[in-house]
Design a protein around this ligand. Structure first.
Ligand SMILES: Nc1nc2c(c(=O)[nH]1)N[C@@H](CN(C=O)c1ccc(C(=O)N[C@@H](CCC(=O)O)C(=O)O)cc1)CN2
Length: 296
């Protein structure tokens, strides 16, 4: 039987509507103050420009004030750090995001470490990640894409406690925090990576699969247990002369095969991607609400 689709685009839209009401309430309660998000973009990558544009548009939709610094590809690390320092000191900014990837001459870790943890809406600061890994400690922010995966599971009625979960991929941005989040929900988690022996067999034992390995359609139908829930984080462009843009987007999961086995599955596009931006707004509103309450 074909799997039920988890519609990330529709769920993200619903979340934005919920937040629009919350932002209006915050403004009412705190004398017209609005959450502010600052985005630093370095270089001219088309995909990054699109993501930043979409982030600013989404901010506008929910009532978040957006600030932006666009730097040339040749910008120095000192210039990027200076932009971050300016936003760290600006009381109207509650969230700071440096769009990744950065050009290779800039030390990404040094830049991310410079963001104040109170404004780290990407949740990439080592202190926030460290707290995510610890029992009894809570991060101020959780990285947006893994947080979006969890939100999709919860809003789709998937019970997590006691379930076997497999995370395919161990990146700092998605795989590792996704595994930590599932563990916090009392899943038994296996992280599958490029050196894992019998990766397909291990994955096929999981009730929940989060695929974030960055390899087009690597997770085939034989990786999926009958009835499993599949969340596909991958966004890979594959050449397709018949497509309007000359390419089409596919995930890290072979959708046609996996949807024959899974009970629920996210599509690409329209699955996890839109949730990344919705969770960024969520983090920004939560950060602003904390600040407003502390200032009151
Ligand atoms: N500082 C950060 N940089 C990057 C992050 C991040 O979370 N923080 N994630 C990605 C890019 N990204 C957001 O920045 C992002 C990627 C994809 C989507 C999305 O909605 N994708 C659509 C398809 C879009 C298309 O047609 O090309 C979908 O999946 O439906 C949103 C945000 C790397 N950098």
């Amino acid at each position: 039987m074909a799997a039920q689709l988890i519609d990330g685009k529709a769920i993200a839209e619903q979340i934005r509507q919920e937040m629009k009401a919350e932002v209006a309430e915050l403004k009412e309660k705190f004398g017209g103050k609005a959450p502010g998000l600052a985005v630093v973009l370095v270089g001219q990558r088309k995909d990054s420009q699109t993501y930043v544009r979409n982030k600013k548009k989404a901010c506008e939709e929910v009532g978040i004030v957006s600030f932006g610094t666009d730097l040339d590809e040749s910008a120095t690390e000192a210039e990027v750090l200076q932009a971050v320092a300016g936003y760290n000191a600006d009381p109207s900014v509650h969230g700071i995001l440096v769009q990744l990837p950065l050009p290779p001459h800039i030390d990404e870790q040094r830049v991310l470490d410079a963001i104040s943890i109170e404004k780290d809406v990407d949740g990439f600061h080592p202190l926030n990640i460290g707290r995510l890994a610890m029992r009894g400690r809570d991060p101020l922010f959780v990285p947006c894409t893994p947080k979006g995966c969890l939100e999709l599971l919860k809003r789709s009625g998937v019970a997590l406690s006691g379930k076997k979960a497999a995370v395919v991929g161990r990146s700092n941005i998605v795989g590792m925090p996704a595994a930590l989040l599932l563990q916090r929900e009392d899943c038994t988690v296996t992280v599958i990576h490029s050196r894992t022996a019998n990766a397909q067999r291990i994955c096929a034992e999981a009730d929940i699969v989060i695929a974030a390995c960055g390899k087009a359609e690597m997770v085939g139908g034989d990786w999926i247990k009958e009835g499993a829930v599949v969340i596909d984080v991958g966004i890979n462009a594959v050449d397709d002369a018949t497509a309007k843009r000359g390419y089409r987007l596919v995930g890290d999961v072979n959708f046609a095969e996996a949807s024959e086995k899974a009970s629920q599955i996210t599509p690409v596009p329209g699955g996890v991607g839109p949730m990344t931006i919705a969770m960024l707004l969520r983090n920004c509103v939560d950060g602003a609400a904390r600040t407003f309450a502390a200032e009151a």
